[in-house]
Each structure stands twice: as C-alpha cells, then as structure tokens.
Design a binder for this molecule. Structure first.
Ligand code: SF4
Ligand code: FES
Length: 290
C-alpha cells in the first residue's frame, strides 16, 4: 500500500511585496506538506482494522544462534496514533522479551530511539506507523557498531560531540551571582535552531563523509560548535578557539553539502546551513588585509 501522492509544483517567482522563503523555510514547508499528504492517505486507509507487519533486525554476539544477523517478523495490532516505538514495545512485551532497543521519554526529547526505519534514519517515538509502507523494516542506525538488536555503540558519536567543547565558557560573569547572563533577542533567534539537538546521532548515521572518515567531527558536533561560536556572550578569543577546532582537517571542510543530515534530523535543524556558515566564518577569520 503506497501512501505517496504527487507533490505540488514548486512556487515560481514571488509577486511584488512577497518575501522569498529561505531554503530552510522551503524545506520545512516541504516536510510539512509531505506529512499532511501521508496523514490524509492514512485516514483514507482501512489500516485501523489491520495488523502491522514488523521486520526487526536481530543480532546478539553473546548468544550462539543469534550471532548471524537476521530479521524477525512480528504481527502487531494497529491502533490509531501508533508509533514505531509503540509497535516494537508491543512486539517485545508480547512475543520476545529479548528484543533489545533503547527508549526513554517517548516524546522526541531524550534522543535514544533513532533507528533505520524503511531505509531512513528516524526517531521511533516520533514516527507514525500510518505514515509508512508495509512491512515496516526496523534496523539499527547504519555506520555504527551494533551491540545487540537495535542498540548501537554511541561512544564515538559522544567523543565527537565532546571534541567541540559543547558548553558555555564565557569568562565575563555578571557582578551578582544570581544575575542572569542575558542574551539579546536577535542572538537568541540566531542560535535557536542549533540548540534543539537531542544527541540522537541520526545525522551522523546518514552522513556519507562520516561513514568514510572515522575522524570527521560530523554534523551534530559541528552544529554544537555553531551554537557556541555564534553566541555573542562568549569573548572573541573563545570564538577563534572554537573556529580553530572546526576548521581542522576532519572538520567543516570535509562536508560536501549533501544535505542528508538536514533531511533526517528529527528536530529540523538546518545542519548543512550551519556548517556552511561556519566555513564562511573560518575563512573570514583567516583573511588578512594589508
Ligand atoms: S543534529 Fe538532529 S539528527 Fe543530529 S544528533 Fe542532533 S537532533 Fe539528532
Ligand atoms: S524515546 Fe526519547 S526521543 Fe524517542
């Protein structure tokens, strides 16, 4: 059952008085319209009376007959509003308690349940079953070492995040220790999207460059560096220090603007644009005028 419909053609030149949407606004509009089309298709379907067929990746190096990776099938009764996470929880609780995966908040906040669902990195608790073609294939994030079933080793991802020093470091503290260190409204607006990251690693898993270069900082870490490098409250020397980290050999210059990270980010962070902006800042920092 396909839920795809023809997309409306892109709008042409704006008429007088209209502002041109930014690439990020166009991407969000497209995501929103795709979502609406899928929801409409789901409403028209009779999925409510069906079961969902899940094909879930299984692997356990510690159990003899599970050392060879395979897919297990589970038939899960569909309920309106069911997410991929709901479905795998049902499969585990009903059929096989050894089915292993991470999850916690169930509301797209903790970032622990990014899986590869029907060939795309998605947050399981944010992905509606009704939006997917069947069978629903659930795999661990590609390009990460699998520990067991859907659980991948996140150590390398966390190492890359920590390499950009992801914390506020300004030395100019307010006189009164109870006083807030205020940020201008404009500056807050600039870094707003970058601060939405939930450390799910979907972007890193989707990135071809990260797959081929184990030392590449990756989109999430560079986005984190962007958040602090663009924060006006940090001193100029600190910003320079941050730019030096991201302009290293395995930093921003490795990005080939493929937009795969931006496409899969469940928090809609314009990752590729942030990486491009940091490239411009790094060039500006190194320009000399005589
Ligand atoms: S940038 Fe987006 S995809 Fe990458 S770790 Fe953060 S929330 Fe996940
Ligand atoms: S369970 Fe926390 S983000 Fe999905």
């Amino acid at each position: 059952m396909s839920t795809q419909k023809q997309r409306e053609p892109e709008s042409q030149e704006p008429s007088d008085g209209e502002t041109t949407p930014t690439p990020q606004e166009r991407r969000l509009e497209r995501k929103e319209s795709d979502r609406a089309v899928r929801e409409e298709a789901a409403d028209e379907s009779d999925l409510e009376e069906e079961t969902v067929l899940l094909k879930v990746f299984r692997y356990d190096p510690e159990v003899a007959d599970k050392q060879e990776p395979r897919f297990d099938e589970f038939h899960v009764p569909f309920e309106k509003g069911m997410t991929v996470l709901d479905a795998v929880i049902y499969a585990r609780d009903t059929y096989d308690p050894s089915l292993t995966f991470r999850h916690s908040c169930r509301q797209a906040v903790c970032g622990s349940d990014a899986f590869f669902v029907n060939g795309k990195q998605r947050l399981a608790c944010k992905t509606q079953i009704s939006e997917l073609d069947q069978p629903v294939r659930v795999e661990p994030l590609p390009h990460q070492e699998v520990i067991k079933d859907l659980v991948v080793d996140m150590d390398h991802f966390y190492d890359q995040m920590h390499a950009v020093e992801p914390y506020f470091q300004s030395e100019e503290l307010p006189d009164d220790e109870l006083e807030e260190q205020r940020q201008s409204r404009e500056n807050r607006e600039k870094i707003k999207m970058s601060s939405r990251c939930i450390w799910c690693a979907a972007c890193m898993s989707s990135c071809n460059i990260a797959a081929g270069d184990n030392q590449y900082l990756g989109p999430a870490a560079i986005n984190k560096a962007y958040k602090f490098a663009m924060d006006d409250r940090e001193e100029a020397e600190l910003t320079e220090h941050r730019l030096r980290i991201i302009e290293q050999e395995h930093g921003v210059w490795r990005c080939q603007t493929q937009f795969s990270c931006t496409e899969v980010c469940p928090k809609d962070i314009p990752l590729t644009e942030h990486i491009q902006e940091l490239k411009r800042e790094a060039v500006k920092k190194n320009l000399k005028f005589w």
